[in-house]
Design a protein around this ligand. Structure first.
Ligand SMILES: [Zn+2]
Length: 114
């Protein structure tokens, strides 16, 4: 389950971002690429497990899907991927070079003073 590793990374990033501030995390705003293979529900579950006992315990994970974009290796146009594999809308070639949407981005952390 690679969401567990992602949740662990996410918690590290949050910890680093917050530093030594004595706060409680209420909400985490994420953008997950459509071609990242990350399942939102699995990530939510994994984060709940990982965050147990930390200041992010009980935080709400808001996960928005960001589109994946790629370039066709056949005709070179830019197009939006659907899922992990792109099919060029112009020439129909399968595959394509993924340019964006294969990762996860932390957009905002909402905190409250303890
Ligand atoms: Zn093409």
């Amino acid at each position: 389950m690679h969401e567990l590793a992602i949740a662990r990374d996410l918690l590290h990033i949050i910890d680093r971002t917050l530093g030594a501030d004595n706060v409680r995390v209420l909400r985490i705003d994420l953008a997950v690429g459509a071609a990242s293979g990350i399942a939102a529900d699995a990530l939510r579950f994994a984060f709940g497990v990982i965050a147990e006992g930390t200041r992010a315990h009980g935080a709400e994970l808001s996960i928005a899907a960001s589109p994946a974009r790629g370039r066709c290796v056949g005709c070179g146009i830019l197009f939006e991927f659907e899922g992990m594999i792109g099919v060029c809308p112009a020439c129909g070639k399968l595959g394509g070079e993924l340019l964006a949407g294969d990762g996860m981005m932390l957009r905002a952390i909402e905190v409250a003073d303890v």
